[in-house]
Design a protein around this ligand. Structure first.
Ligand SMILES: [Zn+2]
Length: 490
């Protein structure tokens, strides 16, 4: 851009900015950034937002200059300068726990934490709340507790448990994004796992539908004595827990699912992959699906991993620190590096938090009995960027894995997760060069427990906008909840 045009541009922007702030009934918004990030690249430009909070256009700097010189209508200009401007994050794996276990987490704290972390949509998991989201009646209870309390948009997974296949079609009609089930004990008695008998009924019920069937993919081995080959029997050592849930449990579960993938036309998604060797198995199943003519997104066979598997490794987990415990477990550094290879090669589909909080009393120093779950809905973008930046990735990878990928999974791919005309103006200003320390003071979710405590993370969320409305800025979540429940009328 020549100096002349730059000068004219600055004049125009400052003029329009002033007008924007002075006029109460502003028409549209223009978000500007030297670094607009989409899945396919980065450029100097902006995002034009209409009065309904929808993206009207994604513009280069040159076309913005043209727009500002021609447009008579008032615009509110929000200039992020060098901050990256990206689509808001979508976290497809969050356990909100309300109602029933609201001392663990709730809608206010979980959605405020999401807003602070640059996530504009979360999808609530069906378990750990009481009741679980496994029937229409329970879904009504769930959504009524979330209404009026959402600071970001909230969608819902339903759950599959033995005998609830009769509920599934109604739950789909009510707007659940899909269903999650366990092939192993879930950790809570009100959400029992399914067996192969149940799976036959569930896959038959869902065959040919557009819903998603997601699995916690660990399968019991050795008839329950899962601790064979443990290096140690000391429950305060992480390796004892790690040895109790070997990669074979994940591989066994995915091998079982592959049989159903071959037989039924149902989108199967594997949540929180820890063992990297799961990925080639799933790719084989996908390839068969595609060769048999499936036109589903990614052949209807997808997988996510989580920030903790991409950030942490078993070697660094100190004795007695169960804030690092989750299931499947965090594995070796070699496994972590393999997951990053798959991320680089786009062989995984998305990254989610698996935000699974509890109270401090349940995070004891005994790894075998402590609650397995890590809270990180607030830190997903920075966790990913800290590792990705060190590996030379671009911000587009962040958008791909934490916005677009999860939006596609949960059926919001034509509404959220990307900077495209017609999409919700869910936007984040992100400073990729800033860093911060995780401290209890900045944690917004309810129980301030974290394996990242006092760790330095790179990349900082500066401002978050939901449908064009500011919901987080400079360390503060705005007071009025502006989130919506993404459900159908029922
Ligand atoms: Zn989970």
């Amino acid at each position: 851009m020549s100096l002349y045009y730059l000068f004219i541009f600055i004049l125009l922007v400052s003029e329009i900015s002033c007008r924007g702030f002075q006029i109460e009934n502003r028409e549209r918004q223009l978000f500007l950034s030297r670094n607009v990030v989409t899945e396919s690249g980065e450029f100097d430009g902006g995002v034009l937002v209409d009065i309904n909070g929808k993206i009207e256009g994604v513009l280069t700097r040159e076309s913005i200059i043209e727009l500002l010189s021609n447009d008579e209508a008032s615009l509110e200009v929000i200039d992020g300068g060098n901050w990256a401007l990206m689509a808001g994050g979508v976290d497809s794996h969050v356990h909100v726990n309300e109602p029933g276990r609201t001392t663990w987490e709730g809608y206010v704290t979980a959605t405020r934490a999401a807003a602070a972390g640059g996530f504009t949509t979360i999808v609530d998991m069906p378990l750990n709340s009481v009741p679980p989201t496994t029937t229409m009646e329970n879904f009504k209870i769930k959504t009524s507790s979330a209404r009026e309390e959402a600071y970001v948009d909230v969608a819902f997974w339903g759950g599959i448990v033995p005998g609830n296949e009769v509920e599934l079609k109604n739950l789909i009609n009510a707007g659940v994004v899909g269903f999650k089930g366990f092939l192993i004990d879930s950790g809570v008695s009100e959400f029992p796992n399914v067996d192969t008998n149940d799976l036959d009924k569930i896959f038959t019920t869902l065959n040919g539908t557009n819903t998603v069937l997601a699995f916690h993919a660990e399968y019991p081995i050795s008839n329950g004595s899962q601790c064979e080959g443990c290096d140690s029997t000391d429950p305060f050592l992480y390796n004892t827990y790690l040895a109790s849930r070997p990669p074979e449990m994940e591989l066994g579960a995915v091998s079982l699912l592959a049989k159903y993938i071959a037989k039924y036309d149902v989108h199967v998604h594997v949540v929180h992959v820890s063992a990297a060797d799961v990925i080639p198995l799933l790719e084989q199943a996908r390839e068969q699906r595609i060769q048999s003519g499936s036109t589903r997104w990614r052949g209807g066979v997808t997988a996510e991993t989580c920030g903790h598997y991409l950030t942490l490794s078993s070697e660094q987990i100190p004795p007695g620190h169960s804030e690092f415990k989750c299931s499947p477990p965090i594995r070796s550094i070699t496994n972590k590096l393999k997951l990053w290879e798959y991320i680089r090669d786009r062989r995984l589909d998305l990254v989610a938090s698996d935000h699974s909080p509890t109270v401090a009393d349940k995070k004891t120093s005994n790894f075998m009995s402590a609650w397995g779950g890590i809270s990180s809905v607030q830190f997903g973008l920075s966790l990913f960027w800290t590792e990705a930046k060190a590996r030379g990735f671009s911000l587009s990878a962040l958008s791909h894995y934490l916005s677009s990928g999860p939006a596609h999974l949960v059926g919001l791919g034509n509404q959220k997760g990307a900077l495209k005309a017609g999409y919700d103006a869910d936007l984040v200003f992100f400073d990729p060069d800033a860093s911060f320390v995780v401290t209890p003071d900045i944690i917004v979710y309810k129980n301030k427990i974290s394996p990242y405590m006092y760790r330095v993370l790179n990349g900082k969320v500066m401002q978050t906008f939901l449908r064009g409305q500011l919901i987080y800025s400079d360390g503060e979540v705005l007071e009025t909840p502006k989130g919506q429940l993404l459900v159908n009328a029922f």
